[in-house]
Design a protein around this ligand. Structure first.
Ligand code: NDP
Length: 309
């Protein structure tokens, strides 16, 4: 039986692995579908302490991983389907291979980009619809692009997309941005970025052509509708926690964020949570890393408690 299994390989999972490895707990990291997590799809990270000139998301993850490997962590590139608790052990079922039994589990599976849920949006996925500017921006050179949302994600995507697009329009359902002041200033100062306020996207066009040609917008104030042309449609409307495999096992809030009690402990002894999967508020690389450290220390103390009994 494993002592510590960590689900997820973003800053929370890698920091938990670093601490657990240095405590000689020989952690096993199940990397999940997106190795490195959301940081691998961001560009410049200017707010992670210790990098005065900034660092890119993928580089930061690479450096964390290198540091973790120094202390002998094992990595497996598998996806978890279901977790269940059996006596004092935790049973992890993956989509392939043998199940894993462990004494403690640190859930650091992060969160995934949200979509509006429109049928047209689903139909045009990969044909102009994307939730990852870093992955797909390149395909929209000199094109007109829209980004939906009013938070930091939307503005960061919009700013990044100005490297490629002729024009980037941020479509927001209200007339006040949720994004941080600095991001607002940067976006407003960029001549390629325009804003459309009080607009809900009700359809992505044009499914019959098999590619994005525009969006149908409804004004949230007066209900009027317009068509707005674009070739790229990017989502920046927040994230959903990746916690489905724990449904009915640990307590979660109505959105699926895992509830933690006094640090990283969940409602089930031996299961700990760190990073975006349990954090609807801060969601920063640095807070994720900090909570990964907490989870590792909590798991270590839990194991000490077991060995005393
Ligand atoms: P937020 O929840 O902050 O913002 C989501 C935005 O999308 C809001 O403006 C919201 O509108 C809008 N939205 C949500 N659902 C819909 C919908 N169905 N239709 C239309 N619009 C919708 O999420 P973010 O991902 O932007 O940010 C999350 C956290 O991550 C924040 O703490 C942020 O600071 C951080 N972050 C930091 C970055 C950085 O520092 N560089 C980069 C990216 C994220 P409304 O405002 O009306 O609710």
């Amino acid at each position: 039986m494993e002592k510590v299994v960590i689900l997820g390989s973003g800053p929370a999972g890698l920091t938990a692995a670093l601490y657990s490895a240095r405590a000689f707990l020989s952690p096993l990291v199940i990397e999940g579908p997106q190795s490195g997590g959301q940081l691998t799809t961001t560009t410049d990270v200017d707010n992670f302490p210790g990098f005065p000139k900034g660092i890119t998301g993928p580089e930061l993850i690479e450096q964390m991983r290198e540091q973790v490997l120094r202390f002998g962590t094992r990595f497996e590139g598998r996806n978890v389907e279901k977790v269940s608790v059996k006596g004092n052990g935790i049973h992890i079922q993956c989509d392939d291979g043998e199940p894993i039994e462990t004494m403690t589990l640190i859930v650091a599976s992060g969160a995934s980009a949200r979509y509006l849920g429109l049928p047209s949006e689903r139909a045009l996925m990969g044909q102009g619809v994307s939730a990852c500017a870093t992955c797909d921006g390149f395909f929209f050179k000199e094109k007109e692009i829209v980004v939906v949302g009013g938070g930091d994600t939307a503005l960061e995507e919009a700013l990044f997309l100005t490297r490629f697009g002729r024009k980037v329009t941020v479509i927001h359902r209200r007339d006040v941005l949720r994004a941080s002041k600095i991001m607002q200033e940067r976006a407003r100062a960029n001549k390629k970025i325009e804003f459309l306020w009080n607009k809900d996207v009700i359809e992505v066009k044009d499914v019959s052509q098999g590619r994005v040609t525009g969006v149908r917008l409804r004004d949230s104030q007066d209900g009027s509708e317009i068509d707005y042309p674009c070739e790229g449609f990017f989502l920046g409307i927040g994230h959903t926690p990746n916690s489905r495999f724990l449904e009915g096992v640990v307590e979660m809030d109505s959105k699926g964020y895992i509830r933690t009690f006094g640090g990283s402990r969940t409602s089930v002894p031996g299961i700990f949570a760190a990073g975006d999967v349990q954090d609807p508020i801060y969601r920063q690389a640095i807070t994720a890393a900090g909570s990964g450290c907490m989870a590792s220390i909590d798991a270590e103390r839990y194991l000490e408690g077991l060995s005393e009994h």
